[in-house]
Ligand binder design. Structure first.
Ligand code: ADP
Ligand code: MG
Length: 608
């Protein structure tokens, strides 16, 4: 009998384990910076030589370590951050696995100097290849300094694997920026080859973003702030005009830890959907706080992915919060879709919402959905709220007087044309509605406006448990190819949600028996076929965007077309409904729905 199993010597085991945690200089930077933050440092210095290949040093003024802890911290699974398994579910610190320093000591030459505040002397430890070379008391300032020299000196295969200095430095800067962004109250500096790259004063998040991205972004930051019992989001999004062709300024943090999430990025993109030039990415730095028990902490700490226990809610929440922020700061109309420069200068396009409008926003469903405690699951869709853009659009000299308690609530009920009957409307070219206002007039594109109205109507209906449906007089049969039938099957819930009644007679044959109330009857077959055709070219894997696309297509199909003569009543109704929309300014596909002509602008046209 021969036994062949041997235990690996500690230093080899540590080297293997280290490979997981320390893959490149930037990984060490991240771990050391996070340790400094966990130690409650208020000043953290990062010093790097040769992109970290020669030296990475982090000096902090945090709480320091006792001589015993200084020795222990290099042991694997040595951590002061969890004491019992339950702690794992409430972990608030950045690190907790007790692996980083052990890993660093396994693959580099490390010098640690540390001292706790009240102590007279600190501790010096030199360790390499997991073997302590020296431990002695030393005179040093309070806090901790860890130098890590010659990374991978003992693992040449890994050292050769490192990229150019330019690349490694870029990754180091990325890590530095993420930590510095998450902790704006802490002063950070970064020096590379004796050149200072960053010196970031302690401040608030906005100041930190400006310090990192430059003064020009200061006026471009829109605050995001929403909270429920379940989740809180704070941070900033950049106005659409500073969006860039390249990615890079997109930051998500969950419980102050940087994460990458295509899913949440998508949520932000949806919120911006109509506001961006094609292929551009908005800037954002968003901080999500959730009870750690809602987050899967088993995800490896060096990975930046995350799993929430309810991904859908997160998506919805992030999207709604960003939309809310954009609407509140009146970003929508300040966009240049194709408007002339002078129009851009008008107050309505430049100024943030007034106090009144902000109050109105707080009356909105979405806002209340957020703030109602424990009700995150009932966040209202971002449609058809009381977001009153009315202040801008109502002819206040003529509208009925608002009540004293709700001075901002000047909404005009849908389908009640009485309230707008005093507003003059005229159709020109069978396409545009000119709506008179005390300050000038609006030029509204009837088809685009109607698309917006229908789109939001579908979205609202989809949120209700049962949408009103009208039985069609003559049910029509739709025959489909096998692939179309599969697609329709997937779309059925969304169609049903807005009032379509479709019954499968055979797998490839459907009977259309009901259509959404108020939609014109007839053409059901054509509608379904056209929808399927449009949906085929939709590859996004997310349900929510597929639903949105469906409603957009349907809105486009059903909208009153340009070239159609409208009665005065129809026009008034259309105008009233448009301004009850959540985003009246843009069509679902991003075109402006109307252009505003104010007196001062008109006057300017006639000045030589
Ligand atoms: P973890 O951060 O996961 O606990 P580390 O290996 O990164 O594991 O650090 C081990 C322990 O060493 C920490 O739990 C902490 O007690 C101590 N430590 C590390 N860095 C510092 C520091 N800069 N200041 C004070 N204590 C530190
Ligand atoms: Mg750590």
């Amino acid at each position: 009998m021969t036994n062949t199993i041997q235990l690996l010597p500690d230093n080899i085991a540590n080297q293997i384990a280290a490979g997981e945690v320390i893959q490149r200089p930037a990984s060490a930077v991240k771990e050391l910076l996070e340790n400094a933050v966990d130690a409650h440092a208020t000043q953290i210095q990062l010093i790097v030589i040769d992109a970290g290949k020669t030296l990475i040093q982090v000096i902090d003024n945090g709480k320091g370590m006792s001589p015993t802890d200084a020795r222990l911290c290099f042991e694997r699974h040595a951590t002061s951050k969890i004491k019992k398994i339950d702690d794992l579910f409430h972990i608030k610190t950045m690190g907790f696995r007790g692996e980083a320093l052990a890993s660093i000591a396994a693959v580099a030459q490390v010098v640690l100097k540390t001292k706790q505040g009240p102590d007279e002397l600190g501790t010096l430890i030199e360790i390499e290849n997991s073997v302590v070379q020296k431990q002695e008391p030393c005179a040093t300032v309070s806090g901790t300094s860890i130098s890590m020299k010659n990374l991978f000196f003992n693992v040449p295969a890994r050292r050769n694997f490192l990229k150019s200095n330019a690349t490694e430095l870029k990754v180091i800067i990325d890590e530095f920026v993420r930590v510095a962004m998450a902790f704006p109250a802490v002063q950070f500096s970064l020096t590379h080859n004796n050149q200072q790259i960053f010196f970031l004063e302690s401040g608030n998040l906005k100041q930190r973003l400006v310090q990192m991205m430059g003064n020009t972004i200061e006026s471009k930051l829109i605050p995001v702030k929403e909270s429920t019992d379940y989740v809180t989001i704070t941070g900033f999004v950049g106005k659409p005009d500073i969006s860039k062709k390249s990615r890079g300024d997109q930051y998500f943090f969950v419980n102050n830890r940087f994460i990458k999430s295509a899913y949440l990025h998508h949520a932000v993109m949806m919120a911006f959907s109509n506001l961006l030039q094609p292929d551009t990415f908005p800037m954002y730095a968003l901080f999500i706080e959730v009870n750690p028990s809602h987050v899967d902490i088993n995800v490896h700490p060096t990975k930046q992915e995350i799993k929430f226990d309810d991904e859908k809610i997160m998506h919805h929440f992030v999207q709604a919060a960003v939309k809310h922020a954009l609407a509140q700061y009146s970003v929508m109309p300040s966009l240049d879709f194709s408007l002339d420069a002078p129009i851009q200068q008008l107050d309505a396009f430049q100024k943030p919402f007034t106090q009144q409008q902000q109050q109105a926003t707080q009356q909105s469903n979405i806002y209340q959905g957020f703030t109602r405690s424990g009700q995150a699951h009932f966040i209202e869709p971002t449609t058809k709220s009381n977001f009153t853009h009315w202040d801008n659009f109502l002819d206040t000299t003529r509208s009925s007087q608002p009540t004293a308690e709700q001075p901002w609530q000047q909404t005009i009920p849908i389908n009640n044309t009485e309230d707008v009957s005093t507003q003059s409307v005229v159709q020109i070219l069978n396409t545009y509605i000119v709506a008179k206002r005390s300050y000038g007039f609006l030029l509204i594109n009837q088809q685009l406006a109607h698309e917006r109205i229908l789109f939001e109507k579908f979205q609202t209906l989809a949120q209700k448990t049962t949408a009103p449906t009208q039985q069609v007089l003559f049910p029509v049969v739709v025959e489909l190819s096998a692939t179309d039938a599969v697609l329709l099957q997937e779309l059925l819930p969304y169609l049903k949600a807005i009032g379509y009644t479709l019954t499968a007679q055979k797998p490839t044959q459907y009977l259309v028996e009901g259509v959404p109330a108020d939609l014109p009857e007839g053409n059901e077959k054509h509608t379904i076929e056209l929808l399927l055709e449009q949906m085929k070219h939709h590859s996004a894997d997310l349900q929510i965007s597929r639903q949105e696309k469906l409603y957009r297509s349907l809105a486009r199909q059903q909208a009153k077309k340009n070239g159609t003569i409208l009665s005065t009543t129809e026009m008034k109704e259309l105008v009233a409904q448009l301004f009850q929309c959540y985003l009246p300014h843009v069509s679902p596909s991003g075109s402006p729905t109307y252009v505003e002509f104010r007196e001062d602008y008109l006057d300017k046209l006639f000045v030589q």
